[in-house]
Design a protein around this ligand. Sequence first.
Ligand code: SF4
Length: 448
Amino acid sequence: MALTGIEIFKLLPKTNCGDCGVPTCLAFAMNLAAGKAELSACPHVSDEAKETLSEAAAPPILPVTIGTGDKALKIGGETVMFRHEKRFENPAGIALLISDTMADAEVDARLKKSKELIYERVGLLLETNLVALKAESGDAAKFAALAGRVKDNSDANIILMSEKADVLAAGVKACADRKPLLYAATKDNADSVAALAKENDCPTTVKADGLEELAALTEKLAGAGLKNIVIDSASRTVKQALEDQIVIRSAALNKKFRPLGYPTIVFPCEMTDNPMKEAMIASMLMAKYAGIIVLSDFKGESLFPLLVERLNIYTDPQRPLATTEGIYEVGGPAENSPVLITTNFSLTYFLVSGYLESSRVPSWLLVKDTEGLSVMTAWAAGKFSADIIAPFVKKCGITDKVKHQKLIIPGYAAVESGGLEEELPGWEILVGPRDGAHIPGYIKTWQP
Ligand code: SF4
């Protein structure tokens, strides 16, 4: 059970030195209990107190890492029920199911899909993170061969699925250095799967029928020293799965119930045979707290929306996605190419540069840092006015790249054109369209 602010306070030095950034130990204790401070901010806490306090400092949903290196997937670490309260921390993993009863050609085709279905949006790569290897043959050697094949031919993180400890052990042996997620410890095999996870330092899933049994089993594994735990409430109907997701999250966050304070794994692939329904279930569970979503197949038309949904849910609502300020070249511009300016809200930048690209008119695009605000909002907030744009145009270096002195500003900032002509003597300020979709038509009329 997480500690209260007063319980934490009793363990602090009580010197009120202020080194942690707040004036009193009591204030620091309250912040720690609310998840608003890190224990490491107090340099004076004793080692014994540290051990006890680390539980209070841990997020209500513990973080779990699957895999190694740059591609490792971190899930959990969540602290809020609703994104607008703060933010969701670690994007859910999306896994493609591969069975050991599949032919090698099918396995290879699936690995290829998981590698190639990558999309770029607002400057970010949207991709999946996992393959879930399911032992359906019951043959340990076959399962080990599949794990070895995947290890050799893919850098995706691995989930090993079998409730038979000996089969699971064979799979682990083939890819232990990739730190796969073991699936699953149940009431019948908990001791042997826990031993396997400990021996190979792998994260493990706990699966049980119902939340009470699940909590008892996570306590057992935590008691055995396992920290990297993912949970599966074994519900395979949509209604029950959704209910479990919400109850688990609420128990961990609102009731501080540590035995359910772990990221979850869900299986839309086992809830329907209809691919579109599966995509819809995955979408719902993505919004409602799934840590890992296992899909029966990857298809571009259903995977892409899911990846975009994940991007939207896991961006920080208090920090707009922003592009770096600077000069961007679109289509290899030259000294007589048009110069446009916009703001650094990522979506604005990618829409404008996309429309410019589609016009096939090579252009210079100046992107002004407006703290990630769109043109209209930045202008209204006084961050995209003549006295801010002009110094940027002078300093950014565009005058060394073009022979003309014409600047196209967005239609929504038209009112700044007079001010800009005063601030940029010699420059002609042209007002472009308000809607980015009209840029291609507008830019084709460009004359230096
Ligand atoms: S740094 Fe530690 S001892 Fe000092 S006020 Fe903060 S909590 Fe108290």
